[in-house]
Structure formats: structure tokens, C-alpha cells
Design a protein around this ligand. Structure first.
Ligand SMILES: C[S@@+](CC[C@H](N)C(=O)[O-])C[C@H]1O[C@@H](n2cnc3c(N)ncnc32)[C@H](O)[C@@H]1O
Ligand code: SF4
Length: 433
């Protein structure tokens, strides 16, 4: 299917930088809550489907990495004083490989730099190896209160096919350890795997939903350029389920999750009420976030930041300049409106006009004119009235559009030589595939 037309070409708003936004000019203006993304770029092995900014290294100088991350953090904090911190997300790579002391040092520093929300959400992405599970209590003691566990499959053959270093027994044990360590645990699963049938996924999903999780991310397997799966796929050695079967798996996921009390609040994310990822909601609602660590993206002070992707280049930049930023550019009103539209349309709650205007400086009516909305509504892709919301039929199209727009023609071919190309997507998109 092709992507929706008119409104996604770019809103009819001036492309000027947003320094003159009326919201900021008002004496009553308060900086919105800020989120913090921290990227840990190392993994034990490189999974054959993965194009995230993840690298395998024989050894890591943990003291140097802790100090560099703290310096990168201090740089962002100096530029975002006045914001209240709403969430921290340790993503990767495999942040469960970070020494718990580094996690603790970063959380402590963040709490020193910013005032924090009473219910500050601190998530750490984890892989289910037993070594990492043994550290869950320590990272919880450091302040982590949510673990996002990459189970990926509940089937040993599927885990082998995905090249995962853990098996089902380790996955279940890690889930139990995570549930004992922190109040909120999310699990990641990948569906539409080669050879997977609807009946098999139904059974696997039922088992996943019986494990007591309040949050489930179910991603459709995508073949990312430069990965081992892409090479196998190109040679005809890896066949994915046809589109109609993948669509059936997607619909089944939403139905089964809803029946279990986890509604699809975003394209691939399901949660019990109140258990939604507040960090990811910040991206999707187009709130500001600082991103530190290799390859991290940020959107703060109406500026887009991108850190050096290659770990060594990032480390060198922090040593030389006190931060790991490779590029920092103003975000025009047009770009802000476009990004906020694409992000917000992923959400079941849709786009709240007031929040949209506050976040972008652009009235929603100018970002998508009523005639364009009516045309999309007639195609069954968005709602005709109320908050602008993609229909269940429209949401996968939005997802595909985001992935296509995120392809980065300028990516550095040397940036991830040990493990295939670097992740082309911004941090927000990385976390929301
Ligand atoms: C940063 S990644 C991985 C986090 C952690 N290192 C792990 O492997 O569990 C976050 C999630 O993206 C999903 N993912 C990564 N590559 C994918 C792909 N090619 N297709 C679908 N989902 C993918 C996986 O479910 C993964 O848990
Ligand atoms: S899927 Fe996770 S563990 Fe595997 S290479 Fe990517 S980031 Fe690392």
C-alpha cells in the first residue's frame, strides 16, 4: 500500500526557526518536562536482524565510559536548566551490560542537574542472559524502576533463528528476576518471523500474556539494510510471511492484548492502563528530550542534536570538546510540525490540538488543513473529528512512512564496521519500531 498523500508532504507553515514562538514570549511560559535518553552501544554479540547502533568490543574501559557519559550529561544539563526531568531511558545496545555503579552515577548526576518529577520513570533495556539478570537488583538499587526485557520469542527454535544468545529457560528466569527487582517490567517480542504461522504466534502470545507483564512491545520483523538477515533475504534464503499474514499477526496481537487488558496505545505497544512507557509517550507527544551517548539524538531548545555514532569517535569528541555532539541544527516550525504529526499519529489517543501547538508552535489546523484531513478520513486512515487520530487501518501506514523517512542517506559506512551499518533512525524512532 502507498503512503497517505497531502498532509505528510510538509505542513504549510513558515520554515523559520522557532525562536520567535509566541508560547516562549509569554511571561507565564514554563519549560515543559524533559526526558533523558542514555545510549550504551555495546552488546555481547550482534543479532542478525539488528541495525541499532550496537557494537561488539573485546573490552570496554568502564571508568572512561562512565566519566565521558557524565560529561556528555553535564553538557546537556547546562543547556536545559529550568526543565523538570520526567523520565530517563537507558537504551542500547545492551545497557544491562553497564556496570551498576555507572547506572547509579548517571542517575545521581541527573537528579543533581535537574529537579525531577515525583514519579520519575527510569527504564533500563535488558537482555535475558543470566549474568545480566543477576544485576537487576543492583540497577534497581541504583534507581531503575522499570526494565524493558528483550525476550524476542518464547520458543527455542525461534530464538536460535533470531541469533539470540539466550534460550527460553533463561528468558523466563530473567523475566522473573526483573519482576522481583522492579515494579514495572515490559517485554519485547518479534513476530512475523520466517515460517511463523498465525496459530503459532497465537499460542506464543497467549503464553506471553500469562506471564504477568503490564507492558508488551510486539514488533514486526523488519529486514534492515546491511544486516545479516538482509544478505540472506537478498539471496532468497530467508522468507518472511506474506503481507496479508503479517497483517493478520498484527491484528491478532492487538485483539489478544486488548482481551488481556493491555490496549494498543501505540502501533507496536500495549499496556495496562497506567503502565504505558512515559518516556516513549514523551517522544510521541513531541516533548523535548536530551540524548547522550554514541549515536543518541535529542530534540531540545528547538534544536536537533546527533551524537557521533561510533563509540570511539564519540569518546574522542567528549575528551576534546566536553560533549559527543556531531551535529546540532535548529528545528524549523515546518520540521517540528511534520515530526509531531508523524509521531502523534502513532498513538491511539491521537494528537491533542493544544499539546500540538504548545510543542511545535504551529496550530494543528495549519499543520494539516481541514480539507486534507477530510480526504484522509474518507480513505479511512484518520478520524474525521476530535483529536487527530489514525484509524487501526491508518496506523501501519504511518509506521511504514516513518521507517522510510528515517532512512539516512548520509550514514557513515565506517561507523559500525564490526557489526553492520549503524542505526539510521533517531532515538525516538529507535525505541518505537
Ligand atoms: C535496542 S533493541 C534491543 C534491546 C536489547 N539489546 C535486546 O536485544 O533485547 C529494542 C528492540 O527492538 C526490536 N528490534 C530490533 N531490531 C528489529 C528488527 N529488525 N525487526 C523488528 N524488531 C526489531 C527488538 O524487539 C528489540 O528488543
Ligand atoms: S538486538 Fe539487542 S542484543 Fe542484539 S545486537 Fe541489537 S541491540 Fe544488541
Amino acid at each position: 500500500m502507498s503512503v497517505p498523500p497531502a498532509p505528510l508532504r510538509g505542513p504549510a507553515v513558515p520554515a523559520d526557526a522557532a525562536a520567535s514562538l509566541p508560547a516562549k514570549a509569554s511571561p507565564s511560559w514554563q519549560p515543559p518536562p524533559l526526558s533523558l535518553y542514555i545510549h550504551w552501544p555495546f552488546c555481547v554479540t550482534k543479532c542478525p536482524y539488528c541495525d541499532f547502533n550496537s557494537h561488539v568490543r573485546a573490552s570496554v574501559d568502564h571508568a572512561a565510559w562512565r566519566d565521558a557519559l557524565l560529561a556528555d550529561l553535564a553538557h546537556e544539563a547546562a543547556l536545559t536548566a529550568g526543565h523538570r526531568l520526567a523520565s530517563i531511558f537507558f537504551g542500547g545496545g545492551t545497557p544491562s551490560l553497564m556496570p551498576p555503579e555507572t547506572v547509579a552515577a548517571l542517575i545521581d548526576a541527573a537528579r543533581t542537574h535537574w529537579p525531577t518529577a515525583d514519579d520519575l520513570e527510569i527504564t533500563l533495556e535488558a537482555n535475558p542472559s543470566s549474568a545480566e539478570a543477576a544485576r537487576f537488583a543492583e540497577v534497581a538499587a541504583a534507581g531503575v524502576n522499570r526494565i524493558s526485557l528483550g525476550l524476542q520469542a518464547l520458543d527455542d527454535a525461534a530464538l536460535r533463528l533470531l541469533g539470540r544468545p539466550h534460550d527460553l529457560a533463561q528468558g523466563l528466569a530473567a523475566l522473573e528476576a526483573a519482576q522481583q527487582a522492579v515494579p514495572r517490567v515490559s517485554i519485547d517480542l518479534i513476530h512475523s518471523r520466517p515460517g511463523q504461522t498465525v496459530a503459532e504466534w497465537d499460542r506464543e502470545l497467549a503464553r506471553a500474556l500469562s506471564l504477568g507483564t503490564g507492558h508488551l512491545s510486539a514488533y514486526q520483523l523488519t529486514i534492515e539494510p546491511g544486516t545479516r538477515f538482509a544478505a540472506l533475504h537478498a539471496k532468497g534464503l530467508l522468507a518472511l510471511p506474506p503481507d496479508d499474514e503479517a497483517a493478520a499477526l498484527y491484528e491478532l496481537t492487538a485483539d489478544r492484548c486488548a482481551a488481556a487488558g493491555l490496549s494498543a496505545y501505540e502501533i507496536s505497544n500495549h499496556a495496562r492502563p497506567g503502565e504505558e512507557s512515559r518516556h516513549n509517550l514523551q517522544y510521541w507527544r513531541y516533548g523535548p528530550y536530551a540524548g547522550i551517548g554514541p549515536g543518541a539524538h535529542g530534540r531540545r531548545n528547538r534544536r536537533a542534536t546527533q551524537r557521533h555514532r561510533k563509540p570511539e569517535a564519540w569518546l574522542e569528541s567528549v575528551r576534546a570538546h566536553g560533549h559527543g555532539i556531531e551535529t546540532e541544527t535548529p528545528v524549523s516550525l515546518r520540521e517540528a510540525a511534520m515530526e509531531a504529526l508523524l509521531m502523534g499519529l502513532r498513538l491511539a489517543e491521537g494528537i491533542d490540538p493544544h499539546r500540538f501547538t504548545a510543542a511545535t508552535g504551529v496550530p494543528l489546523m495549519r499543520a494539516i488543513d481541514p480539507a486534507a484531513r477530510a480526504r484522509l478520513a474518507a480513505l479511512g486512515l484518520v478520524t474525521a473529528a476530535g483529536p487527530l487520530t489514525a484509524t487501526p487501518a491508518g496506523r501501519p501506514l504511518i509506521n511504514r512512512l516513518i521507517l522510510e523517512l528515517a532512512a539516512d542517506p548520509d550514514r557513515d559506512p565506517d561507523c559500525n564496521l564490526d557489526s553492520g551499518p549503524a542505526a539510521p533512525m533517531c532515538a525516538a524512532q529507535e525505541r518505537t519500531r
